[in-house]
Design a binder for this molecule. Structure first.
Ligand code: NAP
Length: 339
């Protein structure tokens, strides 16, 4: 049994890490305000507000075998490291593939892909709905973790798109909802376009594996890329629902009709324009797989997402293209193709 401290633990990934750690018999402490949600049963919440630089000082006395921090705020990381680094064996920092400077080139690896510069000193956290400076703040925090913990005690996990139960975004859940509804489904771009993500439970398991085995270094935390055709077929198959048939619509047509990329209103989630973003969801996952990341079958992820969505409808974010807009765009597309 290890003593594990999750800085977070009240939502999505942090909660998945805490839940799995409890299930494996570890002693789990979560430090958070507790406003995003509850910690999993069996984990202990220590209520702290990291806006207070001294918030974590009292935890130092306890000592921990491993810490997992999910923050995106530079000062939160700085204060946490100042309080805890000398009392912790291993530090996992959940970073992001948004740290990369080149989103166009497929097949890049964490070991040598160029990253953004760190956030300027006056920027402490991502700003506004666009999360401006998000990647730069994560780069800054990565640097602080390496500097304070040393390369021999720090694991930097640059997460790709997280999917699965408790997903607070409108991205993967859009496709689960849409394919469950069936009928003619607008599929964006080309069937061969690449998509890439990681099940939150798989990433949680890898973070615990990293803590157990003292894995260090910098990795992308994402599963292997697949084609969008395989993704949509896999989601439909796992739902075993009404017949859905896909109509593939060219990217230029979608952009000309104000269909938006990635997430949000009028967006087709997990779709990004090519070639500008061809590297975003086509990174080399082999180093992570070789270092212990395991990836469950897509069907398991879909079923976990779908059952969480039906059990907690109030928690599911309703974004993406609405049915009337989708039907209108499909109608125009079919008319143009017949003309
Ligand atoms: N979602 C994706 O697709 C994706 C992709 C790439 C990387 N990532 C990264 O993956 C991680 C996801 O983490 P997550 O799912 O656990 O969600 P999160 O939104 O990063 O969680 C933030 C956690 O920090 C706590 N927190 C926020 N403000 C606080 C404060 N002032 N004092 C103390 N605690 C505070 C929150 O708890 P309280 O609010 O209860 O205090 C919550 O538990 C993040 O690092 C994110 O950058 C996500």
């Amino acid at each position: 049994m290890a003593r594990i401290l999750v800085l977070g633990g009240t939502r999505f990934l942090g909660r998945a890490v805490a839940r799995l750690a409890v299930a494996r018999g570890h002693e789990v402490t979560c430090a958070a305000r507790g406003v995003s949600g509850a910690v999993p049963e069996g984990a202990r919440l220590v209520p702290v507000d990291r806006d207070d630089p001294a918030a974590l000082a009292a935890l130092a006395r306890r000592g921990f075998d491993a810490v997992v921090d999910v923050t995106r705020q530079v000062s939160y990381a700085r204060h946490a490291l100042a309080a805890l680094a000398d009392h912790v064996g291993h530090w996992s920092f959940v970073s992001t593939i948004s740290v990369y400077a080149d989103n166009a080139t497929p097949g890049q690896r964490a070991a040598d892909a160029p990253v953004l510069p760190p956030a300027p000193p006056e920027v402490d956290a991502p700003v506004g709905p666009e999360h401006r400076w998000y990647g730069e703040c994560k780069v800054s925090i990565e640097g602080l973790v390496r500097e304070r913990m040393g390369e021999d005690r720090s694991f930097i996990c640059r997460a790709g798109l997280l999917v699965g139960a408790e997903d607070p975004s409108d991205r993967f859940p859009y496709w689960v909802r849409r394919l469950a509804r069936g009928g003619e489904v607008l599929a964006p771009g080309q069937p061969t376009d690449r998509v890439q993500f990681v099940d939150v439970a798989d990433l949680a398991a890898w973070l615990l594996h990293a803590a157990d085995t003292r894995l260090v270094g910098t990795y992308d935390g994402t599963g292997p890329a697949m084609s969008r055709a395989d993704l949509l077929a896999g989601v439909a198959a796992a739902l075993n629902g009404p017949n859905a048939h896909l109509t593939w619509v060219d990217q230029d047509f979608l952009l000309a009709h104000d269909v938006r990329e990635w997430s949000g209103e009028r967006a087709l989630p997990l779709w990004v324009r090519l070639p500008e973003w061809a590297g975003l969801m086509d990174r080399d996952a082999d180093p992570a797989l070789e270092a212990g990341l395991t990836v469950r079958p897509l069907g398991d992820t879909v079923r976990a997402t779908a059952s969480w969505m039906s059990a907690h409808p109030g928690d599911v974010r309703q974004g993406g293209l609405d049915p009337a807009d989708e039907a209108a765009i499909l109608g125009t597309w079919q008319a143009v193709r017949k003309a």
